[in-house]
Design a protein. Structure first.
Length: 158
């Protein structure tokens, strides 16, 4: 006895829906595990950072600043995962913020390294200049993304 074509396509569609739901569930599980790993990493990094407060010299203070900025980067990544899990619209802003924080972190470390050396080297100055340019470009991009988002919001309200 043959099954009508309409019943076959309905049955196939039902199976595909079940598979799709299972894949979405698995994707959510992986994202939750990533979120937990990011949170754990941030907490571990903060605990590790506390050990740098044992001596209050310049290098330990710089390490604390570096580590705290790294924690901020981790938290921006975590927020991106949370937004995904909440099914919110994708946004470039967290990635631009991560880039800005990373570049500022590098600038601070280069400045610290250069201030501790007697003579200045060309390479750190070049890297410092490039990092500064990157910060300005990313800040400008962040401004443009915010402006576009505000215009979208205003257009939706009208």
């Amino acid at each position: 006895m043959s099954v009508p074509a309409d019943d076959k396509s309905r049955h196939t569609g039902h199976i595909i829906c079940k598979i799709r739901r299972a894949l979405i569930f698995a994707d959510d599980i992986v994202h939750v595990l990533v979120a937990v790993a990011l949170l754990g990493s941030a907490v571990f990094m903060l605990i590790l950072t506390a050990s740098n407060f044992q001596s209050m010299d310049i290098s330990s203070i710089l390490l604390v600043i570096n580590d705290v900025l790294f924690v901020l980067i981790i938290m921006e990544l975590l927020w991106t995962v949370i937004r995904y899990l909440k099914r919110q619209e994708f946004s470039l802003q967290p990635f631009l913020a991560i880039g800005i924080i990373s570049s500022l972190r590098r600038i601070l470390m280069l400045e610290a390294q250069m201030s501790m050396k007697e003579q200045s080297e060309f390479y750190p100055l070049w890297e410092l200049g490039m990092s500064t340019v990157i910060v300005f470009v990313l800040v400008f991009a962040y401004y443009l993304v915010n402006k576009v988002d505000r215009e979208k919001t205003a257009a939706k309200e009208e």
